[in-house]
Design a protein around this ligand. Structure first.
Ligand SMILES: [Mn+2]
Length: 225
């Protein structure tokens, strides 16, 4: 069972702490669904300059989740030298794996026979979030990408573009997308590809259940005020 969310933007309106409450409700919902893996598809922090106290509190929340957490840095929290993900508080949390920081592109979880591939944002400039995904080396494969799904020619001026043919070529059982605030299914339909939306907007997280017969994707509601 894979839980998926994105775009928490922790620190974006840090005064009232509602994003931390949202993270907490994400972890509760993931645990309620018995998620083995939680995928955080970018822009988890609003910037790499958020207060250390916020990082400490987020780290403590993540530490309490019993599954594995896989983070893909997005365009707001890229894996630069000063990335929030290199701070000790976060680096010390067991079972948290950050693509582009802890591993170049693939988190391998042999006990679940699953791998999570992604291309981290490494700086603030345009890149191809779903280019050159390679081939799977485990029974299950999740591709995670943070960018803008191209619906037509009117999207060609956007940065961080994601195309149908790239989703189809990702050799994945589920494609976990981030960057959009609203939850949405995208792609040609050949491979399940979904934006989770931001927890504070969607009020849900995505749950992908991988079984030998099919991949079932649902949205699990969050308990947030
Ligand atoms: Mn973004």
């Amino acid at each position: 069972v894979v839980a998926h969310t994105s775009d928490l933007h922790l620190g974006g309106s840090w005064r009232n702490g509602e994003e931390l409450a949202a993270l907490s409700s994400v972890l509760v919902a993931a645990a309620r669904s018995a998620a083995d893996v939680l995928v955080l598809a970018g822009d988890i922090f609003d910037s790499n300059r958020v207060p250390a106290t916020l990082v400490d509190r987020a780290s403590k929340l993540l530490e309490d989740f019993s599954g594995e957490t896989v983070v893909l840095p997005g365009n707001h929290d890229p894996a630069t030298r000063e990335a929030v993900y290199r701070l000790q508080a976060l680096a010390d949390v067991p079972r948290v794996h950050v693509i582009g920081v802890d591993v170049p592109d693939t988190v391998r979880l042999p006990h679940l026979d699953i791998e999570i591939w992604g291309r981290a944002h490494l700086d603030y400039v345009d890149m191809e979030p779903l280019a050159e995904p390679g081939r799977r080396a485990a029974r299950w494969r999740i591709a995670v990408a943070h960018g803008h799904y191209v619906r037509g020619p009117h999207d060609h001026h956007r940065s961080w573009r994601i195309y149908d043919h790239e989703i189809d070529a990702a050799d994945a059982d589920y494609v976990a997308l981030g960057h959009w605030d609203l939850p949405q299914a995208v792609g040609s339909g050949r491979i399940p590809a979904y934006y989770s939306g931001s927890p504070l907007v969607a009020r849900t997280i995505n749950i992908a259940r991988l079984t030998s017969a099919r991949v079932e994707v649902t949205r699990s509601p969050l308990d947030i005020a």
